[in-house]
Ligand binder design. Structure first.
Ligand SMILES: Nc1ncnc2c1ncn2[C@@H]1O[C@H](COP(=O)(O)OP(=O)(O)OP(=O)(O)O)[C@@H](O)[C@H]1O
Ligand SMILES: [Mg+2]
Length: 342
């Protein structure tokens, strides 16, 4: 397989990242489209769309065309990718090939939709790579060896867990509990306990400023503004780390249970490898304070938080693009018989 001009794409729920072979990561922007309902036109995408949102009139709406890692709005996703490619003057022609990270266990329709999107954007060939494989490569793991690695990618829309050995996924699981879900739990907690309505950006701010999975040595708090649930007027309140930890404890427990279940159904030899090699955590959600400590305590194995966890998938796709001879079969392993899921 000869890869010509190659672009790698991680089309995430929260962020889209693009890698250009021979150059590196050239784009890292929110997967957001600002859409004008009156003119039926896209006004902006990415960072520009995100910046605009807080100060645009009500007829401009924000759209996230990727939901839980899957294309939810084909036309908007296509327009977003097209505009991203244009801003970077990316070569899209019959000579351009694309490697796209996709979640595990995509349906045929979802998979085709990714292929169609990039074909319609203008590239000649689309290779799909399962995101946990890309994440493992991007985390510096040698996945070609007959030893098992456990990779957990906590994104915005999904938490992908996979045990990988010899270029293939042995068992995997995809939970729709990840960063976005945690934000929703914070919105709910603030409403129930503090009687305040807040939006997603404030919830995200709270999570990043004071959120944690286990007790931290320093106490944290943040002052936020929202709309009083009773009077409807703007109000300020203080949110403490202990409150946020409590609000997040339930979804995090579900993640832990899913991790345990996956180890349970892993063939014994490979489970032994996991105890030796530990678990690798990546994705933006893994940056929550104490996440790796909690997993380590609950699973009884070493948990490593990879460097720059937000970039692990695109970094992996980049490495695959740069070394097609070494990783080529990873691209073809998409429907390998080794793949199984629960
Ligand atoms: N410091 C932090 N603490 C906790 N969560 C964080 C932190 N920084 C980013 N996040 C969360 O990481 C998520 C984004 O991660 P990432 O970019 O890996 O997702 P994605 O790849 O776009 O989504 P998906 O893989 O589910 O399609 C967001 O939900 C964001 O709130
Ligand atoms: Mg992701």
């Amino acid at each position: 397989m000869i890869l010509k001009k190659t672009i790698g794409v991680d089309l995430g729920t929260d962020t889209t990242q693009i890698y250009l072979k021979g150059v590196g990561i050239i784009l890292n922007e929110p997967s957001i489209v600002a859409f004008n309902n009156r003119t039926n036109r896209v006004v902006a995408v990415g960072l520009e769309a995100k910046r605009m949102l807080s100060r645009t009139p009500s007829h401009v709406t924000a759209l996230r065309p990727i939901t839980n890692g899957v294309i939810a709005d084909f036309d908007m996703a296509k327009e977003m990718v097209q505009r991203f490619m244009k801003t970077k003057s990316l070569p899209w022609s019959w000579l351009t090939e694309t490697i796209v990270g996709v979640p595990t266990n995509l349906t045929e329709v979802e998979r085709k939709s990714v292929e169609d999107l990039f074909k319609e954007v203008g590239v000649s060939k689309v290779y799909l790579v399962e995101e946990p494989i890309a994440a493992a490569v991007g985390s510096g793991l040698d996945i070609t060896k007959p030893t098992a690695h456990f990779i957990v990618d906590i994104g915005a829309g999904t938490t992908d867990m996979a045990i990988i050995s010899m270029n293939g996924i042995v068992v995997s699981r995809r939970l729709k509990i990840a960063g976005d879900y945690l934000n929703q739990e914070i919105i709910r907690g603030v409403k129930d306990e503090l009687k305040l309505f807040i939006g997603e950006p404030t919830a995200e701010e709270i999570k990043i400023a004071v959120g944690s999975a286990v007790t931290q040595s320093e106490k944290l708090d943040i002052s936020i503004r929202g709309r009083d649930a009773v009077s409807g007027l703007p109000k300020e309140a203080n949110v403490r780390d202990t409150q946020v930890r409590y609000w997040l404890s339930k979804p995090i427990k579900i993640m832990v249970e899913a991790l345990k279940e996956l180890i349970d159904i892993t063939p014994p030899e490979l489970a032994g490898d996991i105890y030796k090699n530990g678990v690798y955590l990546c994705g933006g959600g893994s940056m929550l304070r104490g996440m790796s400590q909690l997993f380590q305590k609950e699973l009884g194995v070493d948990v490593h938080l990879v460097d720059e966890p937000l970039l692990c998938v695109v970094r992996g796709i980049g490495l695959i693009a740069e070394n097609p001879g070494f990783y080529g079969n990873v691209l073809e392993s998409f429907s390998s018989p080794l793949s199984a899921s629960i």
